[in-house]
Design a protein around this ligand. Structure first.
Ligand code: DGJ
Length: 725
């Protein structure tokens, strides 16, 4: 065995000259190790990613020929992580190890920075790895700089490259479309390249989310099997590329989509890629979700430790057709039912071009005097009088051509000369790569919030993607920078909003699940995953979404029947039981409800408050998948395991009843738990009555389970599980 240096301990720096001996770099979380070595030629090789190895095992790992960050020209068998044309026109890059630094960033986090340098050009790539130890998550990105005389053009600039050598690979992707988001589809990978990607630029996640499970040696399972879960933190165009090569090795390259996005990098400028967040589990995907949820509460969403409020939104209640009286009535009813906030949706602004439909007014953020003669302040006051908070809808990145804003600034939109305006939902996107547009967007929010300091909540919408991808601001040779410049502009605005308005809650909305990622969510308290509020469809959409994103931030609204999108009619209890499994809200006109339905809603909301801490801060265990069985079930368990709540839904009627046992998870085997039904359909008999109030050991519940029959389509149960002496 060769003499080796191991960079696994902290505050360690290894200089370039040291690689005469083998340098080994280990990035450890509590349960996983990612290992690199420098070979005799000074190249950085990926050695291993999997369950944690002890120091001796790390020492004994063997050298590979796998480039840690393959560069075009010298490492071109597979998809390159990096492809660059240097200042003198040279198209190849040859990266050599130049040093590593490891630092502890906190009790639970280390950062490893590996520096690679080109053998000839003054061109540097730094690979960053943040290891979140308890959560077992690694955050990886790269930073590219150079000191060449002329600018360098970047064509490929990946965040990460990961390598696996396994008998088979199964990829789960999360794909969808407006109103049918986050469908889980698993495929076995065969030779060649499979890309999960978006070229949409804005609201990029609409058709495919930048998330994946990669199961090694067999299909992904909930409780068993070796799986990698990853998600790219980037709201713009992205590409996750999975290549099975001629030797059946798998290479995963992640990052900004290089498609039509070459970037001219000036000397000394730092090009920072987005981060890939990933984790390895040897006990299935359930663990992966729980790790991401816990991680998100700490690092991935805004104020992840704060309770999320319930709200009533007037979108499906009124659409654009409302006035002060109608809204005041809704506010009163919302408060009366027990909601904590009223959210005023689209349609409240525009005077010269009133926003009475989606074809005018966007961009003119002045209160519409006809609908709301006393201004926003009046409604904020109405909410206050009724003891609830007030929130407002904005779509600040967009503009209708029929608006005063467009009349004044036609060159602020994304578009190109000699081309017709390409409208989608009758609107255009403002060019956020332009600092003046950034100022405008920040100014809109700043004005509304400073004039109405009691506004507690913003729903930040985003309803179209990029076409005609030109910028009137960027120079002709930098037009391809728009995709990246837009996202940077967006973050700069969000940063300013958050610096000034720390206490305002914000919902990241992009009807169609278009913008949910861990670069955007640190600015937002919650997100709107779908315009489809049909509870049956929502079970699937929420099942997919919560694989990576926590339920505490997933707004789920009870809406009217027949559902406006699907036309399906489901019982109010079923609609509540689905919405209560995430962040409860409502999207209907309360004055159209019967007194019985109002009473039911009042009680359901009360029950939600009882379980809210468990739903919002507990660990999610998925028991029965809607993809596999007629009955679907999931539960949340409080961190201290003293309480849990179980949700069960029957998706299809079964003539003799569905008797599928519900084998619980996450409880303490030795503790006793009392089970009680919540949000009952009526006070009378329920199929759960024989078990009502009974006490069982955690061991029993996790082996024999809860057994009760369900018969009818859209039947549902919410069971509260409480530890007792
Ligand atoms: C799309 C959102 O997803 C809806 O909830 C609603 O806010 C509309 N936009 C308003 O235009």
């Amino acid at each position: 065995m060769k003499k080796s240096k191991i960079a696994g301990c902290l505050l360690l720096c290894v200089a370039a000259t040291a690689y005469a001996e083998t340098t080994t770099i280990t990035v450890n979380t509590r349960n996983t190790s990612l290992i690199y070595k420098v070979d005799d030629a000074g190249k950085l090789r990926q050695i291993y990613f999997g369950p944690i190895l002890d120091a001796e095992s790390v020492e004994n790992t063997q050298m590979t020929q796998v480039d840690a960050y393959p560069a075009f020209g010298t490492s071109y068998i597979n998809e390159a992580a990096l492809r660059v044309v240097h200042g003198d026109g040279n198209t190849s890059t040859e990266l050599y190890f130049d040093g590593v630094e490891q630092n502890r960033l906190g009790d639970d986090m280390t950062e490893t920075v590996i520096t690679l340098k080109d053998g000839y050009f003054p061109f540097t790539v730094k690979l960053f790895f943040r290891a979140y130890e308890t959560n077992d998550i690694i955050e990886q990105w790269s930073e590219i700089t150079h000191a060449e005389k002329k600018p360098v053009t970047l064509y490929n600039f990946a965040s990460s490259h990961l390598f696996f050598n396994e008998p088979s690979y199964y990829l789960t992707q999360f794909c969808g479309e407006w109103a049918m988001e986050m469908n889980m589809v698993e495929t076995q990978l065969s030779r060649g390249v499979k890309n999960i990607e978006s070229k949409l630029g804005v609201r990029s996640d609409q058709h495919a989310h930048p998330c994946f499970y990669l199961s090694l040696g067999g299909k992904a399972q909930e409780r068993a099997g070796r799986v990698i879960g990853g998600t790219l933190a980037w709201p713009g165009s992205y590409r996750l590329s999975f290549e099975v090569d001629h030797r059946e090795n798998l290479h995963i390259v992640s990052g900004i989509n290089p498609y039509a996005s070459h970037y001219i990098l000036a000397p000394k400028e730092v090009f920072k890629t987005p981060a890939l967040l990933y984790t390895y589990s040897d006990s299935g995907v359930g663990v992966i979700s729980r790790r991401f949820h816990r991680w998100a509460q700490k690092y991935g969403i805004y104020r992840g430790d704060k309770t999320r409020t319930t709200l009533l939104n007037n979108w499906e209640a009124t659409y654009f057709d409302f006035n002060e009286e109608v809204l005041s009535g809704i506010i009163k009813d919302a408060a009366d039912m027990g909601f904590e906030l009223f959210l005023l949706d689209d349609g409240w602004f525009g005077n010269k071009y009133p926003r009475n439909s989606d074809n005018a007014g966007l961009g003119d953020w002045d209160c519409n005097k006809k609908k709301l003669p006393h201004g926003l302040g009046y409604l904020v006051e109405e909410a206050k009088k009724n003891g609830i908070k007030f929130g407002i809808w904005l779509e600040p990145e967009m503009v209708n051509p029929k608006s005063e804003l467009y009349e004044k600034h036609p060159d602020w939109v994304i578009g190109q000369p000699h081309r017709q305006l390409d409208l989608s939902r009758n609107q255009l996107i403002l060019d956020l790569s332009n600092p003046k547009v950034q100022d405008f967007v920040f100014g809109v929010i700043d004005k509304i919030l400073s004039e109405n300091p009691d506004i507690a909540y913003i729903k930040w919408d985003c309803n179209r993607f990029v076409t005609n991808s030109g910028s009137y601001f960027l120079s002709p040779e930098k037009q391809s920078h728009l995709w990246i410049g837009y996202v940077r502009g967006l973050f700069s605005v969000l940063e300013r909003v958050r610096t000034k308005y720390k206490d305002v809650s914000m919902m990241c909305c992009s009807g169609g699940g278009g913008r949910i990622d861990y670069a955007t969510l640190p600015y937002f308290d919650e997100f709107w995953i779908s315009d489809n509020t049909d509870a049956l469809d929502r079970i699937f959409i929420q099942w997919g979404t919560t694989q990576f994103f926590p339920s505490m931030a997933l707004a789920s609204h009870v809406s009217v029947v027949p559902n406006h999108i699907t036309g399906r009619t489901e019982p109010l209890k079923f609609r509540f039981d689905v919405a209560m499994s995430a962040k409860l809200g409502m999207d209907l006109q309360p004055k159209d409800m019967s007194p019985e339905d109002k009473t039911f809603s009042r009680n359901a909301i009360k029950d939600y408050y009882k379980i809210r801490p468990i739903v919002q801060f507990g660990d999610l265990y998925r028991l029965l998948s809607p993809y596999e069985s007629r009955r679907t079930a999931m539960m949340y368990v409080a961190e201290d395991k003293s309480e849990a709540v179980l949700f069960a839904y029957l998706l299809k009627k079964t003539i003799n009843g569905d008797t599928q046992p519900l084998i619980l998870e996450g409880l303490e085997p030795a503790r006793n738990y009392k089970v009680t039904e919540l949000n009952k359909a009526s006070q009378g008999y329920s199929w759960f009555t024989p078990l009502e109030g009974k006490v069982f050991s955690g061991d029993y519940l996790m082996k024999y389970g809860l057994r009760f029959t369900m018969y009818n389509e859209y039947e549902s149960k919410v069971i509260y599980i409480e530890s007792v002496k």
